[in-house]
Design a protein around this ligand. Structure first.
Ligand SMILES: C[S@@+](CC[C@H](N)C(=O)[O-])C[C@H]1O[C@@H](n2cnc3c(N)ncnc32)[C@H](O)[C@@H]1O
Length: 276
């Protein structure tokens, strides 16, 4: 079997999309219901303008556009954006007319038309490796939203002294015009050493890709920045946001959450929470 090492884990959008497609519709619907719960009531029944920084293959936005919402995706990777645009071109005209994918850096961007709801899930925000980058990102996202807008961030917080190595296994399959693809990915997360100031988690990915019976292995490594609960909350406040609510990945409220992966609903600090 042929093995290659890739520096850029996001170099092959098709393989990324095959791995992450399962569950996408449910996750996008959870984001939609949180948006409806937190936007002012008068807006929550209308089409919503969603912005996704680090949108990757656009899997969430394509689903939301199919449901009649406006969607803007932004990603640093030109490959990811080209893939997302190609998928968008296959949608009915009604769905794709309010959908755009832009190449850009989530630490410095602006939008022509403000969005109602931004979201960035599955720890993509942890690709930003300094406080300065995170503050820049939180500031330009705030400027890209309407004053009533909210930002839903899916991020894992951890207690550095307790963090242990962990592993995830993802699988996916898809029929394409050029053959059947099956992918299995094993991802190891190696937290920074307990002693020391590093906040860099190493992520080691091994993918087995089977394309119509031909198997190859692709290895890659990348880094994510770690956050304790307090470090994350401090940056939220410093960047002019407040926490409106915290949910688990399925959209169940978890107001007392401290450690683990949660969806944080943020609003600009001037924002008055909706009364129910
Ligand atoms: C884990 S993927 C998530 C993609 C998509 N949000 C999803 O859930 O499928 C992370 C994405 O972040 C993008 N990314 C990393 N750093 C970025 C930056 N500074 N600005 C914009 N996108 C970035 C990568 O290119 C990649 O597509």
């Amino acid at each position: 079997m042929h093995t290659t090492h890739r520096d850029d884990f996001y170099a092959d959008p098709l393989i990324y999309d095959v791995l992450h497609a399962p569950g996408t519709a449910d996750e996008a619907d959870t984001l939609l219901s949180l948006a409806r719960a937190h936007l002012p009531r008068i807006l929550s029944t209308k089409p919503i303008h969603f912005l996704e920084p680090a949108s990757g293959t656009g899997r969430f936005l394509l689903h939301l556009a199919r449901k009649g919402h406006t969607a803007t995706g932004l990603d640093l990777s030109a490959n990811m954006i080209a893939y997302a645009r190609a998928r968008a071109a296959l949608l009915p005209p009604r769905a794709r007319q309010h959908l755009q994918f832009l190449v850009g850096d989530m630490t410095r961007f602006s939008l022509d038309a403000p969005a109602d709801v931004a979201f960035c899930t599955i720890n993509s925000i942890r690709h930003l490796m300094t406080d300065r980058q995170m503050l820049a990102h939180l500031s330009c996202t705030r400027r890209a939203l309407h004053p009533h807008g909210i930002y839903i961030v899916g991020i894992e917080t951890a207690q550095p002294a307790l963090a242990q190595p962990s592993e995830d296994v993802w699988t996916g399959k898809r029929q394409t015009p050029t053959g059947n693809i099956r992918v299995k990915q094993v991802v190891q997360y190696l937290p920074p050493p307990h002693l020391g100031r590093s906040r860099t988690e190493q992520v080691i990915s091994t993918m087995l890709i089977n394309t119509s019976g031909q198997e190859k292995q692709v290895d890659s490594t990348y880094t994510l920045r770690t956050y304790s609960h307090a470090q994350w909350r401090t940056l939220i406040t410093k960047a002019g946001w407040q926490v409106q609510a915290i949910y688990n990945a399925e959209g169940t409220p978890r107001p007392q959450a401290t450690l683990g992966y949660y969806l944080w609903v943020l609003a600009p600090t001037h924002h008055q929470p909706r009364k129910s």
